[in-house]
Each structure stands twice: as structure tokens, then as C-alpha cells.
Design a protein around this ligand. Structure first.
Ligand SMILES: C[S@@+](CC[C@H](N)C(=O)[O-])C[C@H]1O[C@@H](n2cnc3c(N)ncnc32)[C@H](O)[C@@H]1O
Length: 508
């Protein structure tokens, strides 16, 4: 059996001050720590690093009231900027805590080894074939088992078996299993992400998967909090592949007239879709695959990997701690930040109706045992029970902009990452032009890496996110000055982005 410690990769060349405008225009994609978790709406790390470097100096305070994947916290800390991060989503703040308080590679590898020794054989037993071999994948068509795969160690590839009565019997043993350790999930009627209030864990996972996830949770050893967090987040990062939502890719090459009979493993797509033809994958293998990614990322991290993290903004403002992370509603948390105290607000608020973060994170938060406040989320939702309208969204974004205006130092900058497909949402940002001191300065399109799938392909959607730059009036003594660099950014314009559809062409 390959041990975790054998799987480390080498070759890390990250330098926190090396971001150039070319990196921003052609981001490399998600690697290392930023590849570990599929938090929704993750932005290219190069863009964040570049703006932090260009718009602040040492010890300045940076604020992000919508932290998301949490990666920005580390980007600030390694550059010696103080950072205040807020997000309503518990998993987001856990991720931010993880990247600012990373366990050592050895600690993480040891904990994984301990978990492997404790549960792997019990998990593998639930996938045993009649001859004692362990299955890696079951291909189901509704309730019919089509194929069983055994991953070939070392060589890649697989052995494909025809299912036997034994395999149905084994699966049936766990059929009624209900998780003892994951809290029940709460969802709403929403056809866009295929959810209803009646949806339960048992609709999304087989009983066998739930039993094995419980075993994994139980096997997390008594370890320091930061290590436990990394292990739990590893489980959340692999939960999609453990579910019955992993579709089978068939008919590759159809368009070129050479359709392949080969079936490949897909992944969990956005929402709660349970395709008739889907995979049930060995839970240990899913966990191990994710863990190996984090292990590699940890082995590549340059020191320091840990920064003191405070629970209140005051510790950051007073200089007592470099980072504060708050799992709160931004609208209330922002009120604790003093006037004229933040040099840069770098943020990416929810983009109207693009991503219902809390619904899509519900499995992750259930694993973490965290309750969420759907009522306070800023979002436009087509789940009627949520009562989240465009009007409400615009009002909340306007209030957020007012607060940002208040907390920025004179001459401070707001860099707002945005994309929405409706004019009203953009208009809530335009109105800030009228705000007394926060003035729109210009924008540039933000590139994604070529293989990124985060783009919005719906009708009327823009092909790129925008970085909108606003400036608070007044002179900032230690600021670097926007005019020095923004004009060098390809695509920079002093105009407001325009939507491509005629009916929305009023935006200027
Ligand atoms: C576009 S994402 C941020 C993505 C982030 N920039 C990144 O690169 O990963 C927007 C975030 O806003 C959060 N959010 C929504 N309503 C909120 C509220 N009322 N207070 C704080 N955060 C909220 C969501 O949980 C989500 O993480």
C-alpha cells in the first residue's frame, strides 16, 4: 500500500511579490492550495495578489466582506498586510482559517496515516467482491448495477467486472443506514439547482457511503484544532465524489463521428442532480485523492504557514493581530469597523442570481456541523420561500457600499470584482457614483485561466468578470496612487462596463 508520505511532490517557485500584469492577464489556473477546495466563485489568485501589492503598502489594513474561498487571507498575510475577512458561510471562514493556520506536512501526513490504519479496512470491507478484491467504482443505472471497476494499482487503468448477486446483497446491507454524525440538510424548492425541502442525505448518498463517511469522521484523531480543521475540510472537499451525483461520461467523440464505448468518471456538477447513470465510488479512495492534493500543496508552501488569527476587528485595527476572520453577516459586522481605517477593500460580493452559496455549500456545512443563516444571505434566489428579490439585493449592496465608503481611509481604494447578467444589479453599483466620497475610477476585465469552468454561459451573461475600481476622495499619505499603474492594465477603461444586450445598454 502506498503511504501518504511517499506521495509528496516538489518544485515550488512561488514568490509573493512576483505578480505582474501579465500574470493577471493569463492566470495559471488553480494549483497548490488554491486547487484543494472547490469553493464556488473562486477568483484567480494572481489578480488578488496583484491588487494587494499595487494598492497597499506594508501593514495597511485590507478588508474583504465576502471572503469566499478564503485564499485572500493568506495572500494578504504573506505580504505583511493586515486583513479583516467576513463571510456568512461557515465553510468559507473555515477555509480562510485553514490557509492562515496550516498544519505542517508531517502533522497532516501522520494524521492521515492514523486514519488509514483506523478505518481503511472497515471501509474497504463494504466494497469487497466475492473473491475478496476491493471495488473502486460501481456504475449504477438507477437501481441496476451495470459494471464494477477495480482500479489497477500503480499502472492506472481498471479491471471491469460484471456484477453478481453478492454485490447487490452487500449494497443492500447498508441500504437503510442513516448518518449518525452529519447533521440533516436544509434545502428549498429550486429547480435551477434541483432541490426541494424534502431532499435528504439519503437521496444524495447510498447508505454505504453514509456509513463510510461516518467512519471517516469518527476516525479523525485527537489533534490540534488547525489539523482537525484541515482533515474535516479534506472530507468536505471530497464529499461530492462520494455522492450519487457523480455522472458517467459516455459517447465521447460522438461529434467527430468516432464515438467511444469507453465510460469515464464525471464529477459533481453545480446543484443536486442525481443522474440515472451514475457512479458510487469507494469513499476511502475519494478522501485519499483529495488528501494527497492537500499534502502536496502543504509540502510546497513556503514559511510562514501560520499567522495569529483574531475573532474581532479591533485586534487588527489596533495592530495586535494581523488577521481577523468573522463568520457573520457583513451588513452587521462592518459596523464594528471604525471610520477611515481601511486602505483597501478588495471584494467580490455575491453576483445577483449567479450562485446560491449557502444552498450549494449545505453538504459541506452539514459535515462541519455548522448551522447557517439563510435569512441573512445576500443573493437573488429563484427559491420562492427564500424571498430573496433583486430589489432587496440592490438595497443590500447599496448599504454595503455605504459602509465601505465610511471605513476606507481618505484616498483609499475599493476594488470590486463583479459580473451579473441583469442591468439592475449593475445599476446598484453605478449609483455609488453619486455617493459623496466614493467615486468610480475605472475598470478592467479579469481573465480566468483557459480551463476554468466558472464562467456564466447563460443568455445575456458577460464573458468576463470585471474589476471595478473606486476611490475615496482625499489624499492618502502612504498610498501608492492608482494612476501609476491602472493605465498599464490591458482593457483598462474609465467607463462603466456595458452589457451586450440592447435592453441593458443603458449602463454607462
Ligand atoms: C463571489 S463569493 C466570493 C468569492 C471569493 N472572492 C473567492 O475568490 O473565493 C461571495 C461570497 O459572499 C458570501 N455572502 C453572501 N451573503 C453574505 C452576507 N450577508 N454577509 C457576508 N457574506 C455573504 C457568500 O457566502 C460567498 O462566499
Amino acid at each position: 500500500m502506498r503511504q501518504f508520505s511517499d506521495q509528496l511532490g516538489l518544485g515550488f517557485d512561488f514568490s509573493p511579490t512576483a505578480v505582474t500584469v501579465d500574470n493577471v492577464m493569463a492566470p495559471t489556473g488553480y494549483t497548490g492550495l488554491s486547487a484543494f477546495h472547490k469553493y464556488w466563485g473562486k477568483k484567480p489568485i494572481e489578480c488578488l495578489g496583484y491588487l494587494i501589492e499595487k494598492l497597499t503598502t506594508d501593514n495597511d489594513v485590507v478588508l474583504d466582506p465576502f471572503v469566499g474561498s478564503g485564499l485572500i487571507a493568506r495572500e494578504c498575510a504573506i505580504r505583511n498586510r493586515r486583513f479583516i475577512g467576513i463571510d456568512i458561510n461557515p465553510v468559507s471562514i473555515e477555509l480562510a482559517r485553514m490557509v492562515t493556520d496550516l498544519p505542517s506536512t508531517k502533522q497532516y501526513a501522520d494524521a492521515l496515516q492514523s486514519m488509514e490504519q483506523t478505518v481503511r479496512s472497515a471501509i474497504d470491507e463494504s466494497y469487497l467482491l466475492h473473491d475478496g478484491v476491493t471495488a473502486s467504482h460501481y456504475l449504477w443505472d438507477n437501481d441496476t448495477l451495470k459494471e464494477i471497476w477495480i482500479a489497477r494499482k500503480g499502472k492506472g487503468g481498471r479491471e471491469v467486472r460484471t456484477p453478481l448477486a453478492h454485490d447487490y446483497d452487500l449494497s443492500a446491507t447498508y441500504k437503510e443506514y442513516k448518518s449518525l454524525l452529519i447533521r440533516p440538510i436544509q434545502l428549498f424548492q429550486n429547480s435551477r439547482i434541483n432541490t426541494s425541502p424534502a431532499l435528504t442525505l439519503s437521496d444524495i448518498f447510498t447508505g454505504r457511503a453514509l456509513r463510510n463517511i461516518d467512519l471517516l469522521l469518527e476516525s479523525i484523531p485527537e489533534v490540534p484544532e488547525n489539523l482537525r480543521r484541515a482533515l474535516l475540510l479534506t472530507l468536505t472537499a471530497s464529499i461530492g465524489q462520494m455522492s450519487s451525483m457523480v455522472f458517467a461520461i459516455t459517447g465521447r467523440g460522438k461529434n467527430k463521428g468516432e464515438e467511444s464505448a469507453k465510460i469515464e468518471v464525471g464529477s459533481w456538477v453545480i446543484g443536486y442532480w442525481r443522474p440515472p447513470l451514475h457512479f458510487e465510488i469507494n469513499v476511502w479512495n475519494c478522501f485519499q485523492r483529495r488528501a494527497t492534493k492537500l499534502l502536496k500543496a502543504l509540502s510546497e508552501i513556503e514559511e510562514p504557514r501560520t499567522f495569529p488569527v483574531a475573532d474581532t476587528v479591533h485586534e487588527v485595527i489596533s495592530g495586535a493581530a494581523p488577521v481577523a476572520l468573522l463568520n457573520q453577516n457583513s451588513l452587521s459586522a462592518l459596523q464594528d469597523i471604525p471610520d477611515d481605517s481601511v486602505a483597501l477593500v478588495l471584494t467580490d460580493p455575491p453576483h445577483s442570481d449567479r450562485i446560491p452559496y449557502l444552498e450549494l455549500s449545505e453538504l459541506w456545512n452539514a459535515i462541519l456541523g455548522k448551522e447557517v443563516s439563510f435569512a441573512d444571505e445576500i443573493v437573488v434566489s429563484n427559491a420562492r420561500e427564500r424571498g430573496k428579490t433583486k430589489l432587496q439585493y440592490n438595497e443590500q449592496i447599496t448599504l454595503i457600499l455605504d459602509e465601505i465608503d465610511r471605513v476606507l481611509v481618505p484616498g483609499g481604494t475599493l476594488a470590486l470584482l463583479f459580473n451579473a447578467k441583469d442591468a439592475e444589479s449593475w445599476n446598484s453599483l453605478v449609483q455609488s457614483k453619486a455617493r459623496a466620497s466614493l467615486q468610480y475610477y475605472g475598470c478592467f476585465p479579469m481573465s480566468y485561466s483557459a480551463n476554468s469552468i466558472v464562467q456564466d454561459s447563460r443568455e445575456g451573461a458577460m464573458k468576463s468578470d470585471y474589476v471595478l475600481i473606486y476611490r475615496k476622495t482625499g489624499n492618502r499619505l502612504n498610498g501608492r496612487g492608482l494612476e501609476k499603474f491602472v493605465h498599464t492594465i490591458p482593457g483598462w477603461t474609465a467607463e462603466f462596463p456595458k452589457l451586450k444586450e440592447k435592453r441593458d445598454a443603458i449602463l454607462v
